[in-house]
Design a protein around this ligand. Structure first.
Ligand code: SF4
Ligand code: SF4
Length: 289
């Protein structure tokens, strides 16, 4: 099974819009997996019907049985995350602060603490006109996004084993969820836009992806917005030895399609023609024709 991740060094580059458009051009041969778990919105573009919604369990959380607790406060002293608070006649764990390390359970002399499963988000599966779909979102205040990304990718491989390709909409940035989204992918597509901050964020992303030995390609979005910036990106791509898959211009068709909650490739426009050519190239490269 081939896996492609679409990522960006920062938010707002049009990554999800481009992922939805690429997915639509691979219709019938792709599972789309939205791994941008802190702001999942690929579903807004491809409008899937949701078949299942399941809880996602992150790390276990500590729970204190107050009937066994002797208020010795050993757990409070041992918790590196300040997740346990002493009240007048009981101690309490804040589940949003608890990192699930289990130290308090280990040190409690009264065996009053147990680690229990904690629901920190949900994972949905469904299908769109382009193929199977999966996404996940964390509840506010919950971490474990890297773990959730890993789980979504694992489930994406399982829901349609006959489909040859998984297209991952990755999270922005270079943190744990990004690493979880690109590790093991055959191709990582870096979506960027002209501008000095875009180039800086892209540089950090390239460093991380390179350390993971990812094969990278680049898409420059809004390429005609700042010609000087695009030229600088072209030079950087050359320096990094990363091929530019395509340059997408500012196209009113993209804005209109996004407003209508559909991939821009459903209508013919300059951007559609350019992206179609790029996806044909990808298909050939990956032997998907
Ligand atoms: S270590 Fe155990 S007994 Fe001591 S305060 Fe914490 S929960 Fe209570
Ligand atoms: S499991 Fe770890 S982080 Fe959570 S309350 Fe216990 S010691 Fe603190």
């Amino acid at each position: 099974m081939i896996q492609i991740a679409v990522v960006s060094g920062k938010g707002g580059t049009g990554k999800t819009v481009i992922t939805g458009a690429i997915g639509s051009l691979l219709s019938g041969r792709v599972v789309m997996a939205d791994c941008d778990v802190d702001a999942a919105n690929l579903a807004l573009i491809i409008q899937p019907d949701i078949d299942t919604t399941e809880p996602f369990f992150g790390m276990d959380r500590a729970r204190i049985d107050t009937s066994l607790c002797n208020l010795c406060e050993t757990c409070i002293e041992s918790c590196r995350f300040d997740a346990i608070t002493r009240h007048e006649d009981y101690v309490q764990v804040d589940p949003l602060q608890c990192e699930g390390c289990g130290v308090c359970e280990y040190v409690c002399p009264s065996h009053a603490i147990t680690m229990v499963p904690h629901t920190c988000g949900e994972i949905r599966t469904g299908h769109s006109r382009y193929g199977p779909f999966i996404d996940g979102s964390l509840f506010p205040g919950n971490g474990n996004s890297g773990l959730m990304v890993h789980d979504i990718r694992k489930r994406a491989r399982e829901i349609a084993p006959d489909i040859p390709l998984i297209l991952v909409d990755g999270p922005p940035g270079i943190g744990c969820p990004l690493i979880s989204a690109v590790t093991g992918c055959d191709i990582v597509i870096l979506v960027t836009e002209p501008g000095s901050s875009g180039r800086h964020d892209l540089g950090r992303l390239v460093t991380v992806c390179r350390s993971l030995r990812s094969r990278m390609m680049m898409i420059i979005n809004k390429a005609d917005l700042v010609p000087k910036g695009t030229l600088a990106l072209q030079e950087s791509a050359k320096e990094w030895d990363i091929p530019i898959l395509c340059e997408i211009p500012l196209d009113p068709g993209i804005t209109e399609a996004t407003r209508n909650c559909e991939p821009f490739t459903r209508k013919k426009s300059q951007a559609t023609v350019i992206l179609k050519k790029a996806v044909d190239h990808l298909k050939q490269d990956l032997d998907l024709t």
